[in-house]
Design a protein around this ligand. Structure first.
Ligand code: PEP
Ligand code: MN
Length: 367
């Protein structure tokens, strides 16, 4: 596929421009009163784009699955009474049709839907040719191609006002996050889909009201904006109560964010950065040389194992390596998580190389 020509947010023709681009509002539209009270409070705090889920794909049955089309006129009222733009989630053809019919300004596709190519295609076919911005949340699993595939499907429907929302990924293991941010995934998305606007959803990443660190991280990584769940009475919210914040708390959060520039004209800074980056480049080269040497030794060991009919994986040896490197890493202020990831990858590459040797008939030459 040709590279996509995606428009930056400031070319979406929206009448509102804020930096960062902020979308805020309740997880779900619950009642007309809840929607309008929250919207007025947010508007008074300077928020320009309102979100509310009308249809809620829930993990388990019998939970609140959203108010449905009945809530769409409430969003229309939000527009009329506050002048804010309104955004909602669409998960199928019917939702997309209804949302467009009721004048919703921005659509988003939720994490569970992005993971379903037929549903995304159905939405793409329904909105084909419409002049509406669409934001695509990452799929629940960290599969970048699935995320890009959904973006491509919407793009192929003629939509250039496209953005991604990073909302973190489900994990089986216990994690301090509700959805692990795995920042390397959106970083790689940005590399693969050039100029794609990216918003971050700290609410669904954190799963609680402590949104500051993730929001700041989004700014430090130069993402375009934030989508945050806000409710006038969060404790009483019907869905995602634990992570919603009041409009007032949202203002505190946003005003506490430190905005940084991507670059500067300060010559001293530029010079120092260049010098330090040269050092980093040199270390990276050294690391690659050392890794190459390590793999060569691993290959030699592979040949010996083959000659002596010994298995590739030696669990006690692996245990010894990981215990030793964790300890030595700690002495060097390198985190446990980092050491594990690094050495699992190195060990896996060694195993791959040794497996090739075992199966390839390469043998050690007797000297
Ligand atoms: C939401 O934004 O309320 C939502 C359902 O999010 P996600 O699709 O990220 O789970
Ligand atoms: Mn939610």
């Amino acid at each position: 596929m040709e590279p996509m020509q995606i428009l930056p947010i400031d070319q979406w023709g929206l009448e509102v421009q804020t930096n960062p681009f902020v979308i805020a509002g309740p997880c779900s539209a619950e009642s007309e009163k809840q929607v309008l009270t929250t919207a007025h409070q947010l508007s008074n705090e300077g928020i320009k784009v309102f979100r509310a889920g009308i249809w809620k794909p829930r993990t388990r049955p019998n939970a609140f699955e959203g108010i449905g089309s009945k809530g769409l006129p409430w969003l229309k009222k939000v527009k009329e009474e506050t002048g804010m733009l309104v955004a909602t989630e669409v998960a199928n053809q019917h939702h997309a049709y209804e949302a467009i019919k009721h004048g919703i300004d921005i659509l988003w596709i939720g994490a569970r839907t992005t993971a379903n190519p037929f549903a995304v295609q159905e939405i793409a076919d329904t909105i084909s040719g419409a002049d509406i911005p669409v934001l695509i949340k990452n799929p629940v699993n960290p599969e970048l191609d699935l995320w890009i595939g959904a973006i491509e499907r919407i793009y192929q429907a003629g939509i250039q006002k496209l953005g991604a929302i990073h909302r973190g990924f489900s994990t089986y293991e216990k994690s301090p996050y509700r959805n692990d941010p795995l920042w390397q995934v959106p970083i790689e998305l940005e590399r693969r889909v050039k100029s794609l606007p990216i918003l971050v959803d700290p609410s669904h990443i954190c799963g609680n009201r402590e949104l500051k660190n993730v929001s700041q991280k989004a700014m430090d990584l130069n993402y375009d904006g934030l989508i945050i769940e806000s409710h006038f009475d969060p404790d009483c919210a019907i869905s995602d109560a634990k992570q919603q914040i009041t409009p007032e708390a949202l203002t505190d959060l946003l005003s506490g964010l430190k905005m940084r520039e991507v670059s500067t004209t300060n010559q001293e800074f530029i010079h120092t950065l260049e010098t330090l980056r040269k050092k980093i480049d040199q270390y990276d080269d050294d690391l690659l040389d050392i890794l190459q040497q390590r793999m060569t030794v691993a290959e030699t060991i592979g040949m010996y194992k083959k000659q002596n009919d010994v298995t590739i994986l030696q669990p006690t040896r692996w245990d010894e390596i990981i215990t030793k490197t964790r300890r030595k890493g700690k002495e060097r202020k390198l985190s446990h998580e980092f050491i594990d990831k690094l050495f699992v990858a190195i060990h896996q590459e060694s195993i791959n190389k040794q497996t090739k040797i075992m199966n390839n008939g390469v043998t050690l030459q007797a000297k």
